[in-house]
Design a protein around this ligand. Structure first.
Ligand code: ADP
Ligand code: MG
Length: 139
């Protein structure tokens, strides 16, 4: 699926819809440059899972856990990860192969750990179409 959005609110709404449809054990990877809207997407996705607390990039913790929604939500941001061993140290397998939903920002940095069934999501800008334009590819 390819969608186009023209504001952060539209990206939030699209992600919210996907969050609502997420199933236990689902893994989603989020790829795109810094400032493209990955965290906006994660916020909408969390809202779709029924999470009301604020979701920010868990830059210094690798993973942030939210348990108030209809499914546990594991929000990863692996931008600053130095080595995949850091993923092992935090016990990533419990999240990836658990009963919650994982959303992984900068997943390409831990590519070898991502299960084949993960749903890839890519967000891209196209400045010719405007500063707030985003092309979002799911799957
Ligand atoms: P990332 O997590 O990819 O580094 P953020 O989600 O933190 O990026 O920031 C995205 C920025 O882009 C925000 O300031 C947001 O308001 C802005 N923005 C503008 N247009 C869009 C859009 N269509 N979708 C998402 N974010 C947008
Ligand atoms: Mg971010």
């Amino acid at each position: 699926m390819v969608a186009e959005t023209f504001s952060p609110e539209e990206t939030f709404a699209l992600a919210k819809k996907l969050g609502r449809q997420a199933k236990a054990g689902g893994i989603y990877t989020l790829t795109g440059d810094l400032g493209v809207g990955k965290t906006v997407f994660a916020q909408g996705f969390a809202a779709g899972l029924g999470i009301t607390e604020s979701v920010n990039s868990p830059t210094f913790t690798i993973v942030q856990v939210y348990e108030e929604g209809c499914l546990p939500f594991y929000h990863f941001d692996v931008y600053r990860i130095g080595d995949v061993e850091e993923m092992e140290e935090i016990g990533y397998e419990d999240y990836f192969y658990g009963q919650g939903v994982c959303l992984i920002e900068w997943a390409e940095r831990v590519r070898e750990l991502i299960p084949a069934e993960a749903v890839p999501i890519t967000i891209e800008k196209n400045l010719e179409k405007g500063f707030d334009y985003r092309r979002i590819t799911v799957g």
